[in-house]
Design a protein around this ligand. Structure first.
Ligand SMILES: Nc1ncnc2c1ncn2[C@@H]1O[C@H](COP(=O)(O)OP(=O)(O)OP(=O)(O)O)[C@@H](O)[C@H]1O
Ligand SMILES: [Mg+2]
Length: 278
């Protein structure tokens, strides 16, 4: 059975007229890395909240259908139980900072402290997690003194240190430079190889194509397209429906109109473009 199973999920925020999610059917296998794309307001963050239990346990409103992770139903668990299995990095990393801690080290240790992990083990786990995400040198800094990209790394680390079975990331590289972005995708891929299931909202098509197993395209709260990165990210209907596409896809698409792109498939990454233009 699928590790994540969303069945006929629909959800409407309080005091709104239209569903933020509608008719969502999604199965994700254990260790799979799924990327979610979509224009503004498509419901990407809401989908993250649903996976992470915030919908319906924190955001009220109207919900129907099933949210199941590892055979357990969200509706039958408390948020405290749910978050032990599912970690969410919020779209705005600032929202992740507890406000209770003075250093990055303590900030990352906070979740472990809350579940009573012994001091020694806590220290080891925090150090390991910080080394994994490349922020060991930020240990003594104040969480508030960091750049947006650094805050995003701290947010990711504070989730990873909890070792969730399902990792949900909402645009975790939005404030990062290309090097940071690549590193984060690499870390996430590695976690998936080790068996963590990942759902990651992202706009960076080239990196999705490099690292993700599958892409879900959301539009107006519904799954609009899904498939392999190579298929979904080069689909003509993406452009026609307000999704961004990779610059390499865009260039090759124009070249194809003029007979300059000979391959059947359009590229997403630089490597694929170079290969195709040879
Ligand atoms: N707390 C809320 N209360 C009411 N409506 C909300 C709330 N949060 C989001 N919405 C609405 O739900 C819909 C989906 O929003 P959501 O934030 O999930 O989209 P998104 O795809 O993450 O967009 P973005 O690319 O801007 O992050 C939008 O119409 C939005 O206005
Ligand atoms: Mg969002």
């Amino acid at each position: 059975m699928a590790f994540v199973n969303l069945q006929n999920l629909a959800y409407k925020y309080p005091l709104t007229k239209t569903n933020a999610l509608e008719n969502i059917n999604l199965q994700v296998r254990e260790g799979e890395f799924v990327a979610v794309i979509g224009p503004n307001g498509a419901g990407k963050s809401t989908l993250c909240y649903a996976l992470a239990g915030f919908v319906p346990h924190f955001f009220k409103g109207e919900i129907s259908g099933e949210i199941e992770v590892d055979g357990r139903k969200s509706g039958e668990s408390t948020l405290d139980e749910w978050v032990l299995n599912v970690g969410l990095a919020f779209q705005n990393p600032f929202n992740q900072i507890s406000g209770a801690k003075y250093t990055v080290f303590e900030e990352i240790a906070f979740g472990l402290e809350n579940i009573g992990v012994p001091r020694d083990e806590m220290k080891t786990r925090v150090e390991e997690a910080m080394s994994l995400t490349g922020i060991s040198d930020l240990a003594d800094r104040s969480p508030y003194s960091l750049s947006g990209g650094q805050q995003q790394r701290v947010a990711l680390t504070s989730i990873l240190v909890m070792r969730p079975r399902l990792l949900v990331l909402d645009e975790p590289t939005s404030q990062m430079d290309p090097i940071g972005t690549r590193e984060v995708f690499g870390v996430v891929r590695r976690m998936a190889e080790e068996g963590m299931t990942v759902v990651m909202v992202e706009h960076k098509m080239e990196w999705i194509a490099h690292f993700a197993d599958r892409v879900i395209a959301l539009k107006e709260g519904q799954i609009f397209l899904e498939g392999t990165p190579g298929d979904v990210l080069t689909s003509d209907v993406l452009i026609e429906n307000g999704f961004g596409i990779s610059r390499y896809t865009s260039v090759a698409r124009e070249a194809k109109k003029q007979g300059l792109w000979k391959k059947e498939k359009l590229p997403v990454t630089l490597d694929e473009a170079v290969e195709g233009f040879k």
